[in-house]
Design a protein around this ligand. Structure first.
Ligand SMILES: Cc1cc2nc3c(=O)[nH]c(=O)nc-3n(C[C@H](O)[C@H](O)[C@H](O)COP(=O)(O)OP(=O)(O)OC[C@H]3O[C@@H](n4cnc5c(N)ncnc54)[C@H](O)[C@@H]3O)c2cc1C
Length: 434
């Protein structure tokens, strides 16, 4: 990757090469920063099918790096119908139990009918990507020697001799020393446990009360089942203790499905478990025709338990900082987790670009924590609340209250002025005393 800037007198370790680690690495390399990515897996890879980015995420990518934005544009798919370009989701009731004795959920509206659109704000590109394709696009031009694979970090220590450097310890017994470390190691972050301490109540994620089935349906089949308008544009079907959403990916060739349901506890050590089609169908047995058809067409159902982080009081300690899901893993109900990762990467890379030495990197970490923590933690709590709303647990099944909330609740996410946040962070960084 070409760099127009002189090398800085420090080198960084990025632990984890998911959306956060890769986005950050690409932007930092463009600023001429020396870095190594340590990834636990044998190669880069994303699990799961689609991920949707909101307008805030599109703008973050655009501001962060032309390469990342190009990758997004190459992969992104929005609603296929012109009239739905500004719709986040079309909202419908999916659960047949909500209907009155004549089958209506609202005057003139039956189960499965479109009730209203939740309209987008904030400009910027938005859309769903197929995770594997997006990742392939991102890593295309990454220099080969930047990433080290099969490197599962198990611990960190400070280097001796007063250098202040950090030493990473890996499961294979090897170590690596760097001036500073950014932990992008996801929801089960080892960096988070190191930073907060073994006994901290927020060191690990907890079960949110929701789980999801994820699947893909070829678009031709989806159109046959649901008709063009439903299949080719984003839909959300609401119900009691569950909801189901769909959006097009792969330039409209595939319909991505996520079907949510609730349970009180999660006792399995694994967070993704295989289930049977019968079990999945039983979860939606009392839902209406659209949902029954979608669930019926989903193959190989896996259940994903949805965990989330409790808020913590800092994202940084010394020369270590948390970023992305390692800092603020969230439920996916606002479709904003990966978008927050992109925002994080943009702010972090822009601050490190300003750093002249490793002390400035530490200042950048403090400024990052200052401007990013409140917003990203708010996403975690409001996302859980949104999931409850879709599942008739926040305003019950009062569709008027739900509609009113939909029209406003995402604005603060989509409308963020990231340039203003970056200015605030830069100002803060100048005044940090170490
Ligand atoms: C069901 C579901 C649906 C979602 N849908 C959306 C959506 O539509 N829109 C949205 O914005 N967000 C969505 N999200 C959230 C989004 O997927 C995450 O916020 C995002 O992928 C997190 O990226 P990350 O790089 O921070 O972490 P991860 O993707 O978890 O990447 C962490 C990386 O670190 C590596 N790693 C882990 N531990 C170590 C270690 N000890 N040493 C070295 N490497 C390590 C892992 O192998 C991995 O490559 C969804 C999440 C779920 C569960």
């Amino acid at each position: 990757m070409a760099s127009n800037t002189a090398k800085k007198p420090f080198d960084l370790a990025i632990v984890g090469g998911g959306i956060s680690g890769l986005g950050l690495a690409i932007a930092l390399l463009e600023h001429g920063i020396d870095l190594t990515i340590y990834e636990a897996a044998p190669h880069f890879g994303e699990i799961g099918a689609g991920v949707a980015f909101g307008p805030n995420a599109g703008r973050a990518m655009q501001q962060m790096s032309p390469k990342i934005y190009d990758a997004f544009i190459t992969c992104k798919t929005g609603n296929q119908h012109e009239s739905k370009h500004n719709s986040w989701f079309t909202i419908r009731v999916g659960d047949a139990r909500r209907a009155d004795k004549d089958g209506f959920v609202r005057p003139g509206k039956k189960v499965g009918d479109a009730l209203f659109d939740c309209t987008l704000s904030g400009g910027g590109g938005r859309g769903g990507v197929y995770r594997a394709q997006f990742l392939d696009e991102l890593v295309k031009d990454l220099p080969e020697d930047v990433a080290k694979f099969d490197k599962r970090m198990v611990d960190m220590t400070e280097a001796g001799h007063g250098s202040g450097d950090m030493v990473l310890h890996f499961a294979d017994g090897s170590t690596a020393q760097h001036n500073a470390v950014i932990c992008c190691d996801g929801i089960k972050s080892k960096g988070r446990i190191w930073l907060l301490g073994q006994h901290h109540p927020a060191k690990e994620a907890f079960f949110s009360g929701k789980y999801a089935y994820r699947g893909l349906i070829p678009m031709d089949e989806a159109i046959e089942l649901l008709g063009e308008e439903v299949a080719q544009n984003s839909q959300m079907f609401l119900g009691y203790h569950g909801h189901l959403l769909t959006f097009p990916i792969q330039k409209g060739k595939t319909m991505n499905v996520v079907a949510f349901n609730s349970r009180k506890t999660w006792d399995d050590d694994k967070w993704v478990v295989t289930t049977s089609k019968e079990e999945m169908e039983a979860d939606f047995a009392e839902w209406g025709g659209h949902v029954q058809k979608i669930v019926g067409a989903m193959q190989k159902p896996d259940i994903w338990a949805l965990f989330m982080h409790p808020p913590c009081e800092t994202y940084t300690k010394g020369r270590v900082c948390l970023l992305g899901d390692a800092a603020h893993a969230t439920t996916p109900h606002q479709g904003a987790g990966a978008g927050m990762c992109m925002e994080d990467s943009y702010i972090m890379a822009s601050l490190i670009k300003e750093a002249q030495d490793v002390d400035d990197v530490q200042r950048a970490f403090r400024a990052f924590d200052q401007v990013r923590r409140e917003r990203t933690q708010k996403n975690v709590t409001t996302s859980q609340e949104a999931g409850m709303m879709y599942d008739f647990e926040l305003y019950g099944d009062d569709l008027d209250k739900i509609e009113e909330s939909y029209q406003n609740r995402m604005r603060w996410i989509w409308d963020i002025d990231l340039e203003a946040q970056l200015r605030e962070a830069k100002e803060f960084m100048k005044n940090v005393k170490l």
